[in-house]
Design a protein around this ligand. Structure first.
Ligand code: NAD
Length: 432
């Protein structure tokens, strides 16, 4: 099939590449000229394991193309996927849909034969209705069908998640579109993905409900970790003991820093805003948002306790600054609030991240980036393990640091308490 992905970010690029790998002809379009130029040269704009080889393979065999010409790409395609960003509104908590509606206005001037237009972006319930209205102002309804097909991939596991999804959700009441899309996804269905056809509004809500539920699971275990710290109980035992119950499941049940990233913070806010608009109080999700917002302050307090409130001139090393491991995404990472707060108190921050230096901390006073993990930790008073990259899992801290009184705050519970005790390292973890 001939596909066009509008927006070549984490979702548009990964799903575009994977669709091309399944044998479709795909044009990935973006308004960012530099991004498209780079992609044509084989330079991948994001860190995603395995993505570069897959791009190269499909670009070389001509099934994958990159372009900034939206009109041309749409006229050559049967199915158009909208994959642009839906961030939180600048002065509000709802989703900013300006990128979505701009695309809808751009698309409508290029439709002369039947097209399926799909929102893969995460959009609030009734957005599909709005897109349909915008396009139908210029195009006959017979020539297009608006479908919701939310994406559930995770950064860092995106290719695997796209290729072996638990489910494919198609929100449409059009039989024609449903048949075409079931055919498009047939290779994934044959590998075990469940195919769900529901109403467009239901599909839009499934995505928000799923993200809000996962955010709730993380927040639930984070709050329990606070209790475990008071009662001398190991939160890991609780996670295992709960997670083995099939009704609960062990994933997203590991205590750590506040959840971040490009999805959970914005999507939890957006779903509560939608519910408020329809006069429904999603009080559980509202409480999750509040608890998560407090989490970084709470963890900072622990940092202050660990350093006995003597923060001035303390050398603090962050291992990992993205919102989680295996991604370069800094959006809503808890480091974005923790590092500035520590600097304000006089700390000197040095960080190492396997995905390199971050523009968010470039030219910030008292924040430096180390290219080498051993150099990053060498002079530290406190090492904060913020993400759980494999690179951080077997560091010999005794050898790597020159400060004999170095302290470690392991926010991902990577290391064992007993091993650290044996090495006489001052070690602090979460909920243990
Ligand atoms: P992103 O910011 O990485 O990428 C969006 C891209 O769209 C950018 O490259 C931007 O230049 C481009 N764009 C914006 N307007 C355009 C236009 N008019 N024409 C062409 N290109 C345009 O965003 P993302 O992380 O890929 O997320 C996209 C959507 O998918 C969001 O709604 C998000 O919530 C959802 N989603 C994201 C993830 C994830 O892990 N990142 C997972 C599932 C769903």
């Amino acid at each position: 099939m001939k596909l066009c992905m509008i927006g070549t970010g984490y979702v548009g690029l990964v799903s575009g590449v994977c669709f091309s790998d399944l044998g479709n002809e795909v044009i990935c379009v973006d308004r960012d000229i530099k991004k498209i130029d780079n992609l044509k040269k084989g330079i991948i704009p994001i860190y995603e394991p395995g993505l570069d080889e897959l791009v190269l393979k499909n670009y070389k065999n001509n099934r994958l193309k990159f372009s900034t010409n939206l009109k041309e790409a749409i006229s050559q395609s049967d199915i158009v996927f909208i994959c642009v960003g839906t961030p939180t509104k600048k002065n509000g908590s709802g989703a900013d849909l300006s990128q979505i509606f701009n695309v809808a206005r751009e698309i409508r001037s290029s439709i002369s034969k039947f097209k399926i237009i799909i929102t893969k972006s995460t959009v609030p319930v009734t957005t599909g209705d709005e897109i349909e209205k915008i396009i139908s102002q210029k195009v006959s309804r017979k020539l297009f069908s608006i479908v919701s097909n939310p994406e559930f991939l995770r950064e860092g596991e995106a290719i695997r998640d796209f290729t072996y999804p638990d489910r494919v959700v198609i929100g449409t009441s059009s039989k024609r579109s449903n048949t075409i899309l079931k055919n498009l996804y047939a290779p994934l269905i044959s590998k075990g993905a469940k195919y769900i056809n529901c109403s467009r509004r239901a599909a839009e809500l499934i995505k928000y409900a799923s993200n809000a539920f996962l955010a709730t699971k993380i927040t639930f275990i984070n709050e329990l970790a606070n209790l475990c710290e008071k009662l001398n109980i190991n939160i890991e035992d609780i996670s295992i003991g709960m997670g083995l119950d099939k009704r609960i499941g062990g994933r997203f049940l590991r205590a750590g820093p506040a959840y971040g990233g490009s999805c959970f913070p914005k999507d939890t806010k957006a779903i509560t805003t939608t519910a408020d608009k329809f006069k429904t109080n999603l009080s559980i999700i509202k409480s999750v948002i509040k608890s998560n917002e407090n989490r970084s302050t709470l963890l900072l307090k622990r940092v202050f306790e660990i350093l006995k409130n003597k923060i001035k001139n303390k050398k603090i090393c962050f291992l990992g600054v993205t919102f989680k491991a295996n991604t370069d995404d800094m959006r809503d990472s808890s480091c974005l609030s923790m590092i500035p707060s520590l600097i304000k108190k006089g700390a000197i921050i040095n960080y190492y991240d396997p995905t390199g230096e971050k523009k968010e901390f470039k030219n910030k006073k008292n924040v430096t980036f180390s290219k080498d993990i051993n150099f990053a930790v060498k002079y530290s008073d406190l090492i904060i393990i913020h993400t759980e990259w494999n690179d951080f899992k077997s560091i010999n801290f005794k050898k790597a640091t020159i400060n004999k009184k170095v302290k470690i705050f392991d926010m991902r519970n990577i290391y064992s308490f007993t091993k650290m005790k044996k090495q006489k390292i001052d070690y602090f973890a979460i909920g243990r």
